[in-house]
Design a protein around this ligand. Structure first.
Ligand code: BDP
Length: 717
């Protein structure tokens, strides 16, 4: 071949592969060309006559999104109508702006949806039918537009039906555990996306895509910095940087929060104390807050981790959590800010059971917090373990606003090498019955209900986002970000519905492909629990980096070891939290405590969480406890292999780049599942000296080898 011919040939091949390549950057906003002719005509018709009822920054954002979507889906730009009547077909605006064309009943129905709610559907005016997307505020309108675009991508759009929705939770928030040097605590997807060093001058275009993705899910708040906080974020220099982000995020309806280090008055204020009742300290925080609002008039507020894992707090000064939180809340209140105080507390003096600590510290303070304080509680009482019963605080206080904290980043659930879809786990927690404050209460209802009209409700998720091209390290980590956003909007949602939607948005509308991927996703959490911590085992991972198994971890602080949690000895295994043990069970409602205190009645998934039992205890299926444990570990490995096979069967149906990415990671996941099974079973056998049941694949390898493994460079520490 002659050189120029060869060159163009290579160029063509390059273009072809480029077209096939999909690095996952676009997330669920991929806006693939519409194939269905009828749908295409409908959408084209609407986008050929878009009319906005007014102008504001959020409508600019909507226009950009419509342009992007239209160019990708239809290969054309939307056509804007300058006049409402004439050629317009798609009307976009707020209820107020459209009041003249809405009937009183329609106005009432839309008003009822509340602040961020939206309505979309056909609207007949002067004999002609338009399609309208209406919010109660511009951000509600933006949510309506995203919902409409979502319906087009998932082929569920029907121009004659009315869809309306509104969030059940007020503050839907991501918590970044990002440090100012761009490392991310428990981050497995590269560095922090916040480029503090180059801000405020350099604005990474990625910030906008981040805001779009969040707004498309209804996420309306982000805390930018690690809960293990650095006081420097509260200095003037950093406020200028934060302001840039807040200004960018505002049109997307996203408010910025920061973590406040309780000792900041000492570190950056030159004071000798951070005592929350000291007048100088009170003054410091008031002035800091005023300064913050001078840069960011709608600043969300502070998130605080205090007196936990060595973080400073009010206890140093003989004050309690309410005194600490209220002092900060008072500084924020005149500006409308929120103070989010975490219930993940445990002190240096190790309690007989860490499980009980939050209730011990917060129950006596019930009703003592200001109206603008929310206590943010992790889903379970220990620490984001592969499976935990819901945190007992959710059923224990009636006069304190509690918010939910989930962990999206997979610190204990396979980090960024494993496909573990977390929605089923979150759903399990949210749907748990608390029996308090009423017999029908669930964790979801507690989280959704403001204790009075002055309170805001909250769901927060610890972000899994980083600078990796696909944002989350593992492609399927995107599904966890997506599912979190959906559940924060509506904690009653079913994880299957969320899964279906995400798959269609990510991989297209083929139903065979969808059903295979859906099975993998929906079974992945149970599989991980099986090969990591079945039957209520918990906290048996590697020390500090938390990567891989470490049931042998001992030495140092007792409640950071594995032995403290599994308590295995020659006679049995498990943590007795009944009245004969730590009695943590008594922190739950009597209905629960009673059922769970009986090892034959408690759901087996929580068995060893609450009971220390002999190795030959009989499980419901007739197996001994030891055989049951061994079978769960083995089953987990088999399920991981099944996931790998299912994925392999999709070869050719998914673009090569994403296919290969997941294929490689699933191979790692299978190895890691085997590693967990082998290490845990060999370790427990070294204690009970019982034979492995015949029906399982025998754990391979040598316990001493597994114990010797070190991961000094594991990410996220
Ligand atoms: C633990 C993490 C630690 C966090 C802590 C927290 O290992 O890095 O700082 O949670 O939530 O799970 O504060």
């Amino acid at each position: 071949m002659r050189k120029p011919v060869l060159l163009s040939f290579l160029l063509l091949i390059g273009l072809f592969f480029n077209a096939l390549a999909n690095d996952g950057y676009k997330l669920w906003l991929d806006y693939q060309p519409i194939q269905d002719p009828e749908l295409k005509t409908q959408v084209k018709n609407l986008l050929d006559g878009v009319f906005f009822y007014g102008e504001n920054d959020t409508y600019q954002v909507i226009k950009k999104e419509l342009e992007l979507a239209s160019e990708n889906m239809l290969d054309q730009s939307p056509i804007y109508s300058q006049e409402r009547l004439g050629n317009s077909k798609l009307w976009i605006g707020t209820r107020d702006q459209l009041s003249q064309v809405l009937s009183l009943t329609q106005q009432g129905e839309i008003r009822e949806l509340g602040a961020d709610g939206y309505w979309r559907g056909p609207l007949v005016f002067e004999g002609k039918t338009y399609y309208a997307i209406i919010g109660n505020n511009p951000v509600g309108t933006l949510y309506g537009v995203f919902n409409w675009l979502n319906s087009i991508q998932t082929k569920t759009f029907n121009s004659s039906s009315i869809i309306s929705d509104s969030p059940k939770v007020k503050v839907r928030m991501l918590n970044h555990w990002d440090n100012l040097d761009r490392t991310v605590e428990r981050g497995y997807a590269g560095a922090s996306i916040w480029d503090w060093h180059r801000l405020p001058g350099y604005v990474d275009p990625r910030y906008i895509d981040y805001a779009r993705a969040n707004a498309s899910l209804g996420i309306n708040a982000v805390s930018l910095t690690n809960v293990n906080a650095n006081a420097l974020i509260l200095t003037t220099d950093f406020m200028k940087k934060v302001k840039v982000l807040a200004d960018l995020f505002r049109p997307y309806g996203i408010k910025v929060f920061l973590t406040a280090r309780f000792s900041a008055p000492i570190q950056i204020g030159g004071l000798k104390t951070a005592d929350p009742l000291d007048p100088e300290v009170i003054k410091f925080w008031k002035e800091k807050t005023v300064e913050m609002y001078s840069f960011i008039p709608d600043f969300g507020g502070f998130l605080v981790k205090a007196n936990s894992e060595g973080q400073p707090g009010p206890h140093e000064y003989g004050r309690n959590h309410a005194e600490g939180a209220n002092m900060l809340a008072d500084a924020l209140a005149p500006h409308g800010g929120l103070l989010i105080w975490r219930a993940f507390v445990y002190s240096h003096e190790v309690d007989e059971d860490r499980h009980k600590q939050a209730n011990l510290e917060f129950e006596p303070l019930d009703g003592k917090f200001r109206d603008n304080v929310i206590i943010q509680v992790k889903n379970g009482a220990i620490d984001f373990q592969p499976r935990e019963p819901f945190h007992p605080l959710f059923g224990a206080v009636n006069h304190t606003q509690l918010g939910m904290e989930f962990q999206i980043t997979q610190e204990y659930l396979g980090q960024a090498t494993q496909l573990v879809f977390l929605a089923p786990m979150w759903e399990e927690v949210l749907k748990s019955k608390t029996f308090q404050p009423s017999q029908s209460s669930t964790v979801a209802s507690v989280v959704e209900t403001p204790i009075n009209e002055n309170h805001k409700t909250l769901i927060a998720g610890v972000s899994n986002i980083g600078t990796d091209r696909n944002w989350t390290g593992h492609l399927f980590g995107q599904a966890n970000w997506y599912a979190f956003g959906k559940l924060a909007w509506d904690p009653e949602l079913d994880s299957k519905a969320i899964t279906d939607e995400w798959i269609k948005l990510t991989f297209g509308n083929s139903s065979e492909l969808a059903s295979k991927i859906e099975t993998m996703m929906l079974e992945s959490h149970e599989a991980a629990v099986d090969y990591m911590t079945p039957l209520g085992l918990h906290h048996i991972m590697g020390r500090s980096h938390h990567y891989g198994p470490g049931p042998w971890v001992t030495g140092g602080r007792a409640d950071w070891t594995s032995l403290y949690y599994h308590r295995a000895d020659s006679l049995g295994i498990g943590f007795d939290r009944t009245s004969s043990g730590s009695d943590a069970l008594a922190q739950y409602a009597p209905e629960i405590a009673q059922e769970w205190s009986d090892p034959n009645q408690i759901p087996e998934k929580f068995l060893l969480w609450f009971h220390h039992l002999p190795w030959d205890f009989k499980l419901k299926n007739g197996m001994t406890l030891w055989d049951g444990i061994a079978n769960h570990y083995d089953l987990g490995v088999k399920k991981a292999r099944e996931m790998q096979q299912t994925w392999a069967s999709l070869k050719g149906e998914i673009d090569p780049e994403r296919f290969h990415h997941v294929e490689q990671l699933l191979a790692i996941q299978v190895e890691e599942a085997e590693w967990w099974r082998n290490a845990c079973l060999l370790y427990f056998q070294s204690i009970n000296h019982l034979p492995f049941p015949d029906n399982i694949e025998k754990p391979e390898g040598d316990l001493e080898y597994y114990k010797s493994l070190r991961f000094p460079n594991a990410p996220g520490i």
